[in-house]
Design a protein around this ligand. Structure first.
Ligand SMILES: C[S@@+](CC[C@H](N)C(=O)[O-])C[C@H]1O[C@@H](n2cnc3c(N)ncnc32)[C@H](O)[C@@H]1O
Length: 259
């Protein structure tokens, strides 16, 4: 894959250089994500060095307003297939299971947290899954700078950090501007699927999704199981979700279809 004008995407640089370039999160706006310990085990480092050049891209954003070429996903996956972006994939447990369930759909997992991506890389190799690629970067930059309008069949955002304190609500990933951007990148009929265990964030996401596009709404809410959709909305139960359930939190599933 070529470097993308407008976004420095580095699929082929050696891992040490990549780590130096991509690891300091200070290069990314301190917004929706927390800083997390991201050191890799020796085994994960070995897997990363072997697989990242082929399956991964590290993104460092250019200044706002730069225009970039969207990713050539057909070249990257080696085929033309419906494309799903999962933002904030964590360790990729949902990414892996859903990609295995839908081998005819290509999935790009976006995450800041390198160890999560490394865990997903190991699982991809262990399970021999061919329809997942990975991007290390901020989901907003990826949507803005690497994804063309009207190009995605689905966007998944599972258990985004709820930022429960009122003064932190502005850090929540699903805000009006981000949901408008997602709507713009979806194809007509494409699906936005979000899930959260935080009741306040669920209300917020519901309002933001229903209001996307303002007077000319771009997303239509879909009740799970009521109509046929171009991608599955059946998720596995992840460790994160199990913990939420054990803490007594219900999970809200929110699904929209782009008009
Ligand atoms: C609470 S975890 C949930 C992980 C996973 N989706 C799951 O269900 O287990 C939220 C994840 O979103 C990631 N994240 C937060 N903001 C992000 C952003 N702007 N771009 C990419 N990833 C982000 C965090 O690093 C974290 O791993």
């Amino acid at each position: 894959m070529h470097a993308q004008p407008g976004v420095r995407a580095r699929p082929h640089t050696p891992v040490a250089e990549q780590a130096e370039q991509a690891a300091p999160n200070r290069r990314l706006p301190a917004s929706t994500f927390r800083s997390r310990h991201s050191a890799l085990s020796e085994l994960q480092r070995d897997t990363w060095e072997r697989l990242w050049p082929k399956l991964g891209v590290s993104v460092i954003p250019e200044p706002a307003g730069s225009s970039g070429e969207p990713l050539d996903t057909e070249a990257w996956f080696g085929r033309r297939a419906p494309l799903v972006l999962e933002i904030g994939c964590g360790n990729g447990a949902s990414t892996l299971a859903m990609a295995q369930d839908e081998p005819d759909i290509d999935v790009i997992a976006v995450e800041i947290y390198r160890r999560g991506l490394a865990q997903l890389l190991s699982a991809i190799e262990r399970e021999q899954v061919g329809n997942i690629r990975l991007i290390r970067g901020n989901g907003i930059d990826v949507l803005e700078q690497l994804i063309a309008p009207d190009s995605l069949t689905g966007v998944r955002v599972f258990f985004p950090d709820p930022w429960p304190k009122a003064r932190h609500h502005k850090r929540r990933f699903l805000q009006p501007a981000t949901v408008d951007l997602i709507a713009d990148r979806l194809l007509p009929g494409g699906v936005l699927h979000a899930a959260t265990d935080h009741p306040g964030y669920a209300e917020h996401i519901a309002a933001v999704g229903d209001e996307a596009g303002g007077a000319d709404p771009r997303l239509v809410r879909v009740e799970p199981g009521t109509e046929s959709l171009p991608i599955s909305v059946v998720r596995p139960t992840t460790k994160y979700e199990t913990k939420a359930q054990e803490a007594g939190n219900d999970v809200t599933e929110l699904i929209w279809k782009r008009r």
